[in-house]
Design a protein around this ligand. Sequence first.
Ligand SMILES: [Zn+2]
Length: 308
Amino acid sequence: MTAIGTLKNTSNDTLREVLTRLEKEGAALGHFNVSDQVLLKAVVAAAAETKLPVLIGASEGEREFFGARQLAALVRSDREESDLPIFLNADHTHSLAKALEAAKAGFDAVTIDFSALPFEENVARTKETVQAIKAVNPAILAEGEIGDIGTGSEIKETAQGGKLSTPEEARQFVEATGIDNLAPAVGNMHGMLKSMVQGKAKKHLDLERIAQIKQAAGVFLTLHGGSGTDDEHFRRAIAAGINIIHINTELRVAWRESLGESLARDPNEVVPYKILRPVVDSVKQVVSSRLRLFHGQPVSPEAVGTVA
Ligand SMILES: [Zn+2]
């Protein structure tokens, strides 16, 4: 039996259906990166706890460590077992070969990232990749990127990026490439500053620019580098047209802090699942809290404070 309120989220939903439905509801899909099975277990447990859809992400480096085919197989089995809309995205893919590898492995979406190249070259390489992955799977979601938001979901000394996207280049880029969703630079940044990890500072987004880009682009919008963003800015960014929000560094910080605590608790403990279980729980709390926020549900201040 399915409980009331959970009927609309099932494993039969396609990614496009979920995004369309969430947009109507004024919600955004949470995208959470995983490097290993501890992080994967945490994201899946958060989806099960909240009964909300999730998009699991793995960049080229994360895929190389996990195994692209192995991750796709695990996510497929998580989706079947949970009967929840759990999807998989090949995050920040910088070559046609890596995009094709992910499409063939069964990923639901690919973030095609040639944003470091000049605009015209970005258009040409993105268009070529969109066509190639859609030939493998016509239902796959192709994302393209413009602007500069820095690289690496890490703790940083100084802010990166800066070149914000304009509505006009967003419109041109979408028309020329055939992408399904666009990742613009709107005040977001990959990674977190130390002050953000300590909870002393928050990222602020250019909300007006998001609304203008949404109108000009007319496609789903993805916000990368969401970690450390002010809660109210997240709510307003979703209202302005953001459909997918990427959170990575917050998970990594929770993973490292809880792993350190767990190892320090008992120097004689050598059973991996006893050491790692509290790590899964810590990361799950961060994911659940972000999911609730992205779906307009109340968020307890303590839950967000755990990542600060
Ligand atoms: Zn990103």
